[in-house]
Write a protein that binds this ligand. Structure first.
Ligand code: TXA
Ligand code: MG
Length: 349
C-alpha cells in the first residue's frame, strides 16, 4: 500500500504533465483521487481487481457496495455493458458527459469486486476535463467512488481528500473546488421500469422529460431493516460529520426561530453548537456558522453542503443545527437526501 500520497497541484502550464504522471500510476494499478464536476473520486483501473481492491481498502468501504465506472467514450461503454436499452441511450445522449450514472447489465469483462458481485454495472461519463483526459490517456475505464473514508461527507476539495486518505492512496490531483458539490444522480436502467436510486444534480423531473415516468427507488430514511435496498450504498450511514446533526424542517421563519431557541438552550447547557443555515440573519449568533447559500438557490446550497459539514467538524462543535427549509426543487431534493442521511434526528417545526 501507499505510504506517501503525491499531491499534484494543477496550474495552467502543468496540466498535461500531471495527467501523464497520473495515467502511469493508474496503469501500474495505483489509486489517484481526481476532481469530477460533482465531488472528488478515488480512481483506479476498473478492470483490474487488485487495483479496485486498493480503493475498497483505502476507503474502508464494505465489499458489497459497488463502484461507479467512469468512461470517456462510447467504445469504453460498449465494452462494459451487454445492452443499452433505447431509453438509456436517450439519457446518455441528453446528459452525458455529466452527473448522471446509469445502472446497466454488465459484461464479463467487469470484475466482480467492481460491482459487488451484482450482474449490473454503474457507468457515467464525467464532464470534468481532467477526469476525461485521465481516462483517455490511461486507456482504462476508471472505478471511482467519492474519495472519502466510508461514511464521511464526500470531498469537494483536495484538502478534504487528504484529510481522509493521506498515506492510503498514491496521488491526488488538486484542481480546486468541485462545481456541483453533491454526487451524480443514479438511475437503474437494467430492469423493466427506470428507477432513480439516488437523487443528484439531475432531477427526476429532468429525467422524466426525456424518458417518461421513472420510479423513485430510494428513501431519504432507508435502513437495512426496511428490506429491499436496490442500491447497496444507500443502506449505509452516510455523509456523517463527527458532531451530532439535528435537522430542522418546516417553513423558513419557524425553522429560524427554532434554531435561535435551540442554540440558546444547548449553549447554556455547555455544548458548542454549530449552525448550517440559509439565512444571514443568524450571523450575529456565533462564528461557528456556515452559510449554505440562499434558500431559493439550491445549487448554491449543494455546492456548500459537504464543505460546511466538514468545516464545522474542524471547528470542533459537538452539535450542528441544520436548516432544512430551503427549496427542494431541482438539486434541492439531493441536498435534503444527504442532510437527512447525515442527521441523528429530524425535527419538524
Ligand atoms: O458523482 C458521483 O457519482 C461520484 C463521482 C466521483 O463520480 N461518485 C460517487 O460514487 O458518488 P459512490 O461510490 O460514492 O456512490 C455510488 C453509488 C452507491 O450508492 C452505490 O451503491 C451505487 O452507486 N451503485 C454502484 N453500482 C451499482 C449497481 N450496480 N447497482 C445499484 N447501485 C449501484
Ligand atoms: Mg460515496
Amino acid at each position: 500500500m501507499s505510504t506517501r500520497t503525491k499531491v499534484f497541484k494543477v496550474t495552467p502550464t502543468n496540466l498535461s504533465e500531471v495527467i501523464r504522471e497520473c495515467a502511469e500510476i493508474i496503469q501500474r494499478g495505483g489509486t489517484v483521487a481526481i476532481p469530477t464536476e460533482t465531488v472528488y473520486g478515488l480512481a483506479a483501473n476498473a478492470l483490474d481487481p487488485i487495483a479496485v481492491n486498493r480503493i475498497f481498502h483505502a476507503k474502508g468501504r464494505p465489499a458489497d457496495n459497488p463502484l461507479i465506472v467512469h468512461v470517456a467514450s462510447a467504445e469504453q461503454l460498449e465494452q462494459l455493458v451487454s445492452e443499452i436499452p433505447p431509453k438509456a441511450l436517450s439519457l446518455i445522449e441528453t446528459f452525458w458527459p455529466g452527473p448522471l450514472t446509469l445502472i446497466l447489465k454488465r459484461t464479463r469483462i467487469v470484475p466482480d469486486i467492481t460491482t459487488g458481485g451484482l450482474n449490473t454495472v454503474a457507468v457515467r461519463m464525467p464532464a470534468d476535463i481532467i477526469a476525461q483526459e485521465l481516462i483517455r490517456l490511461s486507456g482504462k475505464p476508471l472505478a471511482a467512488p467519492s474519495a472519502n473514508i466510508s461514511g464521511r461527507p464526500s470531498p469537494t476539495t483536495a484538502f478534504h481528500v487528504l484529510h481522509d486518505l493521506e498515506g492510503k492512496i498514491d496521488a491526488v490531483i488538486d484542481a480546486g473546488n468541485t462545481c456541483i458539490g453533491v454526487e451524480s444522480t443514479v438511475i437503474d436502467m437494467s430492469g423493466e421500469k427506470p428507477a432513480v436510486l439516488r437523487p443528484g444534480y439531475i432531477s427526476a423531473t429532468q429525467i422524466e422529460e426525456v424518458i417518461g415516468e421513472a420510479e423513485i427507488g430510494y428513501s431519504d430514511h432507508v435502513t437495512e431493516a426496511e428490506g429491499i435496498v436496490r442500491s447497496p450504498g444507500m443502506k449505509y450511514t452516510h455523509y456523517s460529520p463527527s458532531a451530532t446533526l439535528l435537522l430542522l424542517e418546516g417553513s423558513h421563519d419557524l425553522v429560524l426561530n427554532k434554531i435561535r431557541e435551540m442554540y440558546a438552550d444547548f449553549t447554556c447547557r455547555g455544548a458548542r453548537v454549530g449552525l448550517l443555515v440559509t439565512s444571514s440573519d443568524l450571523f450575529s449568533l456565533t462564528n461557528d456558522m456556515v452559510y449554505l447559500g440562499r434558500k431559493d438557490e439550491p445549487e448554491e446550497v449543494a455546492r456548500n453542503l459537504f464543505l460546511g459539514l466538514r468545516s464545522l467538524d474542524e471547528k470542533g462543535v459537538n452539535i450542528i443545527l441544520a436548516d432544512g427549509s430551503f427549496t427542494q426543487e431541482g438539486v434541492g431534493a439531493a441536498v435534503m437526501n444527504r442532510l437527512r442521511k447525515a442527521s441523528e434526528m429530524i425535527i419538524k417545526v
